[in-house]
Design a binder for this molecule. Structure first.
Ligand code: PEP
Ligand code: MN
Length: 263
């Protein structure tokens, strides 16, 4: 009986009533990078208008090329905090280094560990000592076992509120930016009590694939999605090709609402 209870145990993370991991399908949306206050206020407003609540936005950006836009840094944190206060959104942002964990934690609600840092063990331990929920993105080439072991690094420091995020892995295929491994979501659901969300933006690199892959994520029982949206994707300072505009976001929320009645 005890074993069964343990097996049935699911981690549910409660953000003042908005839960992740309770069977509900959440949508976390926002730009790849925080670019301006105006952009984030517009984004927070459309999120509020759609009746969703979770917003993302990177201000410390792990860019492949050192000459690409690196994010607004501390200034971006201030913008996120203003958007949070004005529109009552729950904000997630990436933290890239141990030194920044304390300051980032003061400004946002959810810490993101990016794919490139999935096995940065010092960083995992540090966020494990905070009381904020952590979205742990799967490493670019991480096995499921390595991903779950990384989650364990956070949890064994005391922070049990980990959300796993499948964001595609590197394969030989070049047509898409990454290969979105939806079967890994099922595997992790079998192996772990943690909520699992899917990032079809990084998972495919293509805005036209976000909606179909979001539906697929819903069909397999993922706990939600994280998607990149931008007021004008063509002008985005990063990841415009995998971002949808606000009209696309509105459509996506409509589809998700419809499908919630089916699944
Ligand atoms: C991001 O979410 O903006 C990001 C950089 O994602 P990943 O770490 O999955 O590449
Ligand atoms: Mn991005």
């Amino acid at each position: 009986k005890i074993k069964k209870q343990q097996k049935d145990h699911k981690t549910i993370i409660d953000f003042a009533g908005s839960k992740i991991g309770n069977g509900n399908f959440v949508v976390i949306a926002g730009p790849c990078a925080v670019e301006s206050q105006e952009q984030m206020f517009m984004t927070a407003k459309v999120i509020q208008d759609m009746g969703t609540i979770f917003m993302r936005g990177g201000t410390f950006k792990p860019r492949t090329n050192p000459y690409s836009f690196q994010g607004l840094g501390i200034d971006g944190l201030g913008i996120l905090e203003q958007a949070k206060k004005k529109y009552n959104v729950i904000v997630s942002t990436e933290v890239m280094s141990t030194e920044m964990v304390d300051v980032v934690s003061r400004n946002v609600d959810i810490l993101q560990i990016g794919s490139r840092n999935m096995q940065n063990f010092d960083l995992l331990k540090k966020v494990g000592k905070t009381s904020l929920p952590v979205i742990l993105k799967r490493g670019l080439s991480a096995t499921i076992e390595e991903w779950l072991a990384a989650a364990e690094y956070i949890m064994c420091e005391g922070n049990r509120n980990v959300i796993l995020c499948e964001r595609g892995i590197r394969t030989f295929e070049k047509y898409t930016r990454n290969t979105l491994d939806l079967s890994a979501v099922l595997a992790v659901k079998q192996l772990s009590h943690l909520p699992v969300i899917v990032d079809p933006s990084h998972g495919t690199g293509r805005s036209d694939m976000i909606l179909p892959m979001a539906k697929a994520a819903m069909a397999i029982g993922a706990d939600g999605i994280m998607i990149e949206i931008h007021p004008n994707p063509g002008e985005a300072l990063s990841d415009g090709d995998q971002s949808i505009n606000f009209a696309g976001f509105t459509d996506l929320i409509g589809e998700v609402q419809k499908l919630k009645k089916v699944f």
